[in-house]
Design a binder for this molecule. Structure first.
Ligand code: PEP
Ligand code: CO
Length: 464
């Protein structure tokens, strides 16, 4: 962004805003609760429960996002499409954290930049749906909207929206946070010893030699740092892992929106880094209204139908003072669209000298169905959108400052391709997602290595 721009730090609430001012706007994707008084009772309980994160963590993250906007950090954001209450389990949580930390180590070392680590978890319990209802064999029921709302089973009791689930979701989020904070405090042996990483897949890749060299270099660097200073390369501490979710269910988010001592304004204390999904990003909609008054750093998903003018108006609404660290756009155009759709948006932000962080979500524009009925994504398309995005930003004098991925630490088979070249037949073996297909452990680490490879190629244009 323009170095001449003055840093502006707003110190007052935007005009007309209150935690409940969204209620005067159309709120899409909200469940219909049959019993309004039961919902009110639950919201009263949530308003009294302790928050999940703190204001100082949120402000620290905002400073890190500001540094990422200046090219001094890279953001790694990832996790499940949807968490489920039954997935709040130690093995799944620690494996997901492990793959994110291993990826971040590859990125720290390969990009020579500190990485901002943001989990898509501890609250990712509500999903936007393309239709309000689902019909099977002539029976129509409300769509499953995530475990914070209802249950996936196809019967009337499962699909009824139950406000008590919001309290359970808050508790599951707190348990997840608690375990993640404890793991990070304690340190993962696997991080200090890349020889413990599960890297059999590397030899299946066409880039096997390159990947082996990368892993060996990360291992050497970790050992060197720990030998000379007793210091850790990744310098983890509990302040260094952040959470995010799509802040979709506005009554829940409002109940966790708080003022804190010795700070002005309002914080969403259910997560550090909430985002607005593509389906609820209308300028005059309830979600944009709710987000505009928060002091958190905020993100918006930007799909191929968004025009440059719409993006400018979104930036006006969400970051009128051009505050550093405040606004991130998560571009999710699809491999087929990114070339044509992204450049005008990036240029519009540059023309106005706006501070935004661009993160690429190469997942949601690349979803397709196989002939055997699975919702999947091709690794080639994910890699393709990501690599083209790096090139497009570089060619425009902008910078892609992060990546947003749906991933798991498990050995699932949900996305096609990758080093082991998973096929449609492999999908049957370990297809476990209830919503969108995720990168598995190996595919996730491979994406981290491909990002390093791509950045190196951009930095050496003569040989590329
Ligand atoms: C998601 O991130 O799971 C999602 C629904 O994304 P989008 O809003 O980009 O479609
Ligand atoms: Co998804």
């Amino acid at each position: 962004m323009n170095a001449s721009d003055r840093p502006v730090h707003p110190v007052a609430l935007p005009e007309g805003w209150a935690p409940a001012s969204w209620r005067d706007r159309p709120a899409l994707q909200q469940p219909q609760y049959p019993d309004a008084s039961a919902l009110e009772a639950v919201l009263g309980e949530l308003r009294r429960l302790p928050p999940l994160v703190t204001s100082w963590e949120i402000l620290a993250l905002k400073r890190q996002v500001a540094e990422a906007q200046e090219g001094k950090r890279f953001v790694l954001q990832g996790g499940d499409c949807a968490e489920s209450f039954s997935d709040c389990e130690s093995g799944l949580i620690s494996n997901r954290l492990k793959v994110l930390l291993q990826m971040s180590l590859v990125l720290v070392h390969g990009l020579r930049l500190p990485v901002v680590r943001v989990g898509r978890f501890a609250g990712q319990y509500a999903k936007p749906r393309s239709a309000d209802n689902e019909t099977r064999d002539g029976v129509t029921l409300p769509a499953y909207r995530g475990d914070n709302v209802n249950q996936p089973g196809f019967d009337a009791a499962s699909r009824a929206a139950d406000p008590r689930r919001l309290v359970k979701g808050h508790a599951r989020s707190a348990m997840t946070m608690n375990f993640v904070r404890a793991l990070i405090d304690g340190g993962f042996a696997d991080l200090h010893h890349p020889e413990y990483w599960d890297l059999d897949w590397v030899s299946h890749s066409k880039l096997s030699d390159e990947y082996h060299r990368m892993v060996a270099a990360v291992g050497d660097a970790v050992r060197f740092m720990e030998t000379i200073g007793g210091e850790q390369l990744h310098n983890l501490n509990r302040a260094d892992f952040y959470t995010s979710h799509e802040a979709l269910l506005l009554p829940y988010e409002e109940a966790l929106t708080r003022q804190v001592p010795r700070q002005w304004g309002w914080f969403n204390l259910s997560t550090h880094f909430p985002w607005i999904g593509m389906r609820t990003a209308a300028l005059d909609g309830a979600h944009v209204e709710y987000f505009r008054g928060l002091r958190n750093p905020v993100a918006v998903k930007v799909g191929p139908s968004v025009s440059a003018e719409q993006l400018q108006r979104l930036a006006d609404a969400l970051n009128p003072d051009n505050e550093p660290g405040r606004l991130t756009f998560i571009q999710r155009m699809g491999a087929a669209n990114v070339e044509t759709k992204l450049p005008p948006l990036v240029q519009a932000m540059q023309r106005d000298g706006r501070r935004v962080l661009w993160i690429c979500d190469p997942m949601h524009g690349n979803t397709e169905s196989t002939s055997n009925g699975y919702k999947t994504r091709r690794f080639d398309n994910i890699q393709g959108e990501l690599e083209r995005s790096f090139d497009i930003h570089a060619a425009l004098g902008s910078r892609l400052g992060g990546v947003h991925l749906e991933l798991t630490g498990e050995n699932v088979t949900e996305c096609l391709g990758g080093a082991r070249e998973l096929t449609e037949l492999d999908l049957e073996r370990a297809y476990r997602t209830s919503v969108d297909p995720r990168l598995n452990y190996e595919q996730s680490l491979e994406i981290a290595m491909l990002i390093v490879r791509k950045q190196a190629a951009i930095a050496r244009p003569a040989q590329a």
